[in-house]
Design a protein around this ligand. Sequence first.
Ligand code: MD5
Ligand code: FE
Length: 203
Amino acid sequence: PGALPPGLVHLPARLDAAAQRALLAEVRRAAAEAPLFRPAMPGSGRPFSVRMTNCGPLGWVSDPAGYRYQPLHPETGRPWPPIPAALLDLWRELAGYPHPPEACLVNFYAPGARLGLHQDRDEADLAAPVLSVSLGDEALFRFGGTARGGPTRSLRLGSGDVVVLGGESRLAFHGVDRIYPGTSTLLKGEGRINLTLRRVTRP
Ligand code: MD5
Ligand code: FE
């Protein structure tokens, strides 16, 4: 409870059930063209528990050589599929930023997957927010301030929730501690999908 930090806007169930189903169909289409891959930590090569793919002119990838955005899928060598129109509409409505996103990172959390605390700072344009859409099972999302090791708070994110992370929250440490299996019927026990829209380059 209590106020969220400046720049963090949580819109519970911003997408209704029909919009969630339509978006999920788009994500499945994209993943058929650009298969989910399992990124590895730079340096150690330790695999993520989250699997990923991307839409848009650029996609985020991580492998032992480092984190980066690139125009081609790391395994197929093909361009990423386009960002679904419904997501571009949501960005225009909510981002407060006058240029389109260039990457839509798709994170797939099977039950048991998690994402450690980190900052998103691989984008050259930090003036744009990150817009997050959750589908499927609920997740325990944790966020803190811009310094590692500071206090953190948690927020439960459900299917259809949208979070806009801008301003002072754009560089906040954040992660996903766990998902709650069986809390949504949308993905039928498969887990959770999170979509993040990102502007990468300076316009
Ligand atoms: C997720 N994804 O649920 C989260 C939600 C990622 C990632 O963290 O990098 O793919 S996006 C949350 C986010 C993005 C940018 C800033 C902040 C949170 N924040 O300041 O809290 O899969
Ligand atoms: Fe992140």
